[in-house]
Ligand binder design. Structure first.
Ligand SMILES: *Cc1c(COP(=O)(O)O)cnc(C)c1O
Length: 432
């Protein structure tokens, strides 16, 4: 499919060359636009709520580098802080004060976190937390939910949502059965299914891990009582509850979904926002559990670049910006205006849609819904989403290139940006 309204000659040239150099031409699969069709655009720079491609087109961005850009891209205070720290070098591979600073901020913010370990990605955080769950409980099995993504480690590549769903792969070749044989799955929002798994596997389940608000099979919210129910079931069964807040941490609320919903897990994984656009992940939780991590305890986990001064700096500055009064009210208002507006327009134009937002995270499915889980999400008309995506792109609106991804807003999005987006959406939705 060739673009009709915007010039993308350079993007096409670069992406064509990239396909010969890197598998699929990308460093991460969803960037290849496989599920929405058309050529991916190649970026040149980002600033505030906007991105510019190599052909000079400007777009309003609702991906925000998949979450980290919650204060807007290239925030001047983040850039200035990075420039200052850069003068001292790029990596120490040794303790630095900045780690203490970010650790204190994370511990203060996230209810479940009493101690934290920094890593370099969300994937790493989830891998480590799984080892820790198993070590602490001395049990091997874990429960995850269909459509939840916890990074690309073997043990989690079962019904893993977005990237995998986008490509239509049920799983990945190369993942041995032995790696996933201890991974049990249940439909999201289905407490009875979780209960049944605990009954079928007495004293064998180390814990339950989930996205407390799902963003990796589109945007799906927890039903009333679901998170509370999981908290009770895990406690009754001597198992741990882990919230993967790599996406929702500092986005749904400053203290994440656990603050928003008032349910405190035992362990939490973080990433994205806490790195302010640099590669960071983290996991943390109860002191007695975290004390098992080496060198305090026997559970091994390490990283050459972990706690990197630049990454810590971008994270610290980003969290400082988020601490300003009114931040989350502002994010909620803007995002609600966008999400409600999209739904209203789509319905007026005769489309079956459902969706919504919590704070700065939103989603729109092309199905009448409601969407409680991944099975429901899959009923969405993905071909229609693909056309919607492409037409919005050609009107300068950059949405995540998959139906099974959530959308993100930032403090940099203005009311005018939202209105322009809705105007574009009306034009597109009336012609689909
Ligand atoms: C993005 C994401 C991950 C993986 O993080 P990476 O930094 O991409 O490895 C894990 N869990 C959730 C919920 C995510 O959204």
């Amino acid at each position: 499919m060739v673009n009709t309204k915007i010039k993308t000659t350079k993007s096409q040239e670069i992406f064509t060359a990239a396909q010969n150099l890197m598998p699929g031409g990308v460093s991460s699969p969803v960037r290849a636009f496989k599920s929405v069709g058309g050529q991916p655009i190649v970026f040149d720079r980002v600033n505030g709520a906007y991105i510019w491609d190599v052909d000079g087109n400007k777009y309003t961005d609702y991906v925000g580098t998949w979450g980290p850009a919650i204060c807007g891209h290239a925030h001047p205070e983040v850039i200035a802080a990075l420039q200052e720290v850069l003068g001292k070098g790029t990596s120490f591979g040794a303790p630095c004060l900045l780690e203490n600073v970010l650790a204190e901020m994370v511990i203060d913010a996230v209810p479940s976190i009493e101690m934290v370990r920094f890593v370099n990605s969300g994937t790493e955080a989830c891998m480590a937390v799984l080892r820790l769950m198993r070590a602490y409980t001395n049990r091997d099995k874990v429960i995850k939910f269909e459509g939840c993504y916890h990074g690309h480690a073997d043990m989690f590549l079962v019904k893993a949502g977005s990237g995998v769903a986008t490509l239509g792969l049920p799983d990945s070749p190369g993942v041995p059965k032995s790696a996933t044989s201890s991974t049990l799955t249940a439909p999201y929002n289905d407490l009875d299914a979780v209960k049944a798994l605990f009954e079928e596997n007495p004293n064998e389940i180390a814990g339950v891990i989930l996205e407390p608000v799902v963003g990796n099979s589109g945007f799906i919210t927890p039903d009333a009582g679901f998170l509370e129910g999981l908290r009770e079931l895990t406690q009754e069964n001597g198992a741990l509850l882990v919230f993967d807040e790599v996406m929702t941490g500092f986005r749904i609320a400053y203290g994440g979904a656990q603050e928003k919903f008032g349910v405190t897990p035992d362990l939490t994984t973080l990433g994205k926002i806490i790195g302010g656009g640099l590669p960071v992940g983290a996991y943390g939780g109860r002191r007695d559990i975290m004390s098992m991590i080496a060198p305090a305890g026997p559970v091994y986990q390490a990283g050459t670049l972990s706690g990197n001064p630049l990454a810590m700096t971008a994270g610290i500055k980003t969290l400082e910006l988020l601490q300003k009064p009114g931040t989350y009210t502002q994010l909620e208002e803007k995002t609600k205006k966008l999400a409600d507006g999209l739904l209203k327009i789509a319905k007026e134009e005769g489309h079956e849609v459902c969706g919504g937002n919590i704070s700065a995270m939103f989603g729109l499915f092309f199905t009448s819904g409601p969407v409680h889980n991944y099975e429901d999400a899959k009923k969405s008309d993905t071909a229609k989403f693909g056309r919607f995506h492409r037409e919005m792109l050609e009107r300068g609106i950059y949405l995540a290139p998959s139906q099974f991804e959530a959308g993100f807003t930032s403090l940099a999005h203005t009311d005018q940006d939202i209105e322009d987006t809705l105007t574009a959406a009306k034009e597109v939705l009336s012609s689909l």
